[in-house]
Design a protein around this ligand. Structure first.
Ligand code: BTN
Length: 244
């Protein structure tokens, strides 16, 4: 346990998310810790945060830059949705919560396809959702969130990524940021459970970095151009199946 843990526990405003909180100095990947604990019977709401990850993962098996020094590496065990079709929209809920927590600090954040959070076109946060299933039903849903708060960026990432501290020109209060993020995330998950994916999708579309913009995409080997529209359930299911 690091001193961060008691300060965060005291600052939490959630009813269930993060009420079981594990803060580690170093771990290969917080997503793995949460999945292992889920398999061993942990209850939904468990949150694991590390100061540093030695094998932080992004989507498509990419490496997630995870040095010590103030970034956020957080994974949460969510209540499994009643059907697999509802799982992808939990990633969107996380994107909305992260985007709003970043906006609350005064940054102009937006979400891009379907779970990168950007400021001025540069990535500041990413989300990796991993699900274990029993038959067709999701059993454990682990949402991993990485936010570049104030760690150093390597030269190769500097053109495409940023940190909150760089954008704000000031250090970030990590405890206050995480407490706010978890409160927002819990609110969206509760809403998702009560009302389904539609309100989450609306909120996601309102924060989309691409909506209404000219985009080109390669579809089945052909480049197509057009205006980016709203994400609907068919599109995000397809994106989820493709590993986004
Ligand atoms: C992406 O944009 O590719 C997703 C990045 C997700 C990174 C987070 S950091 C906490 C959790 N643990 C991991 O190994 N990955 C996620």
């Amino acid at each position: 346990m690091t001193p961060f843990a008691p300060a965060l526990s005291a600052a939490l405003r959630t009813a269930w998310l993060g009420r079981e909180l594990v803060c580690l100095r170093q771990t290969p990947s917080t997503n793995d810790v949460v999945m292992e604990r889920a398999r061993a019977g942990a209850a939904p709401g468990l949150v694991v945060i590390a100061d540093e990850q030695s094998r932080g993962r992004g989507r498509f098996g990419r490496r997630w830059w995870s040095p010590p020094g103030g970034n956020l590496y957080l994974s949460a065990l969510l209540p499994p949705p009643p059907s697999a079709a509802l799982a992808p929209s939990l990633t969107l809920a996380a994107g909305v919560a992260v985007c709003d927590a970043v906006r609350a600090l005064g940054c102009q954040a937006a979400i891009k396809w379907p779970n990168d959070v950007l400021i001025g076109g540069k990535k500041v946060a990413g989300i990796l959702t991993e699900t274990s299933t029993r038959g067709a039903r999701p059993e454990a849903v682990v949402v991993g969130i990485g936010v570049d708060l104030e760690g150093e960026l390597p030269a190769e990432l500097a053109p495409i990524a940023t940190t909150l501290a760089l954008e704000l020109g000031a250090p970030v209060d990590r405890v206050a940021f995480v407490a706010d993020l978890l409160a927002r995330f819990e609110e969206w998950i509760d809403r998702h459970r009560a009302e389904g994916a539609a309100p989450v999708a609306r909120a996601w579309n309102q924060r989309s970095a691409l909506l209404g913009r000219r985009v080109t995409a390669v579809v089945d080997g052909e480049t197509v151009a057009g205006e980016a529209g709203e994400l609907d359930s068919a599109v995000w299911q397809k994106l989820h199946d493709l590993g986004y």
